[in-house]
Design a protein around this ligand. Structure first.
Ligand SMILES: Nc1ncnc2c1ncn2[C@@H]1O[C@H](COP(=O)(O)OP(=O)(O)OP(=O)(O)O)[C@@H](O)[C@H]1O
Length: 277
């Protein structure tokens, strides 16, 4: 197997020495999606922040995070800026917090591209507009001139996806990217993300509390609880033959939702909640 991102014995403690993430170990294979699945407070976001070198200063981390075998733990902030965005892209739950409120989208987009690539403003804007078209934003020229508060939640999240993917990162981290969206928009954005990631042959770490989303997107699932990965394996195995009692509970809950939604099947079986074309 060709591991692109490896997490070895990751521990995160707060200022009082309390363990928030405990001996976490997993790897993301090239071209695959690994899903960290768990309820609120289980340590998923802290894990993603550690991988992005964005842990709050009051938290203490030990363990190794390796991108293609290269240790990221001891990088300076200057080195991190070369990796974040360029080699590891990120999509967060609230795009409006990540986007600058008083800079037009096109300017933010082209600034991001120019901070990593030696291209002119004109060329960066051309590429940005093209990328906005790829995330199916209809009037991309208009979006380029807009401010984030003028766009809907779903449009802002499409902009974030375009920005996260524009530099063709090896790994994309998507942390609950659709939990602030309504159900229809969520399905559209997840379907779009899934197709782009596979078309561009990227690897994704997807973070969610939603078993149905995990079952749709993930090749491998790691179930997180109280800062620990209590079970991991192929999506098929984890959801069909869960070993841990907590995973069994999650799967029962998923079956109830499945039935209440009138029958949508997970990736572990033949069709999906969000249609895969
Ligand atoms: N800066 C911080 N200082 C101290 N404790 C923190 C800090 N950030 C997070 N925590 C705690 O660490 C634990 C894990 O938080 P984390 O945000 O990773 O959970 P999560 O699984 O992503 O949940 P959610 O989906 O609600 O974000 C929680 O108990 C949280 O309160």
């Amino acid at each position: 197997m060709d591991a692109i991102l490896e997490i070895e014995n990751l521990n995160i403690r707060n200022a009082y020495g309390q363990s928030l993430v405990h001996h976490s170990r997993f790897s993301l294979e090239s071209g695959k999606t690994y899903c960290l699945l768990g309820e609120s407070g289980s340590g998923k976001t802290l894990t993603s922040k550690a991988i992005l070198g964005m842990l709050p200063a009051d938290l203490h981390m030990t363990g190794d995070i390796m991108l293609r075998g290269y240790k990221l733990n001891r990088l300076t902030e200057k080195d991190w800026r070369k990796i974040r965005g360029k080699r590891i892209g990120a999509i967060f739950q609230h795009p409006e917090q990540a986007l600058h409120p008083s800079i037009p989208i096109g300017r933010q987009f082209s600034d991001l591209m120019r901070s990593h690539l030696p291209i002119s403003r004109h060329e960066a804007e051309k590429q940005a507009e093209k990328m906005l078209g790829q995330v199916l934003l209809k009037d991309s020229a208009h979006v380029m001139k807009s401010y984030s508060h003028e766009l809907s939640g779903g449009m802002n999240q499409r902009v974030m996806i375009a920005m996260a993917l524009c530099l063709k990162p090896e790994v994309v981290i998507a942390d609950e990217p659709t939990s602030a969206l309504d159900v229809t928009t969520q399905a559209e954005v997840i379907s779009l993300l899934h197709h782009l990631i596979s078309d561009l042959h990227m690897s994704m770490l997807f973070i969610t509390h939603d078993v149905l989303l995990a079952s749709y997107l993930a090749d491998t699932i790691g179930v997180m609880r109280d800062g620990k990965i209590i079970e991991q394996g192929s999506t098929e195995r984890v959801l069909r033959q869960p070993e841990h009692e907590y995973t069994q509970q999650l799967c029962r809950y998923r079956s109830q939702r499945f039935l209440s939604k009138g029958g949508v099947s997970p990736r572990a079986s033949s069709s999906t909640a969000v249609q895969r074309n």
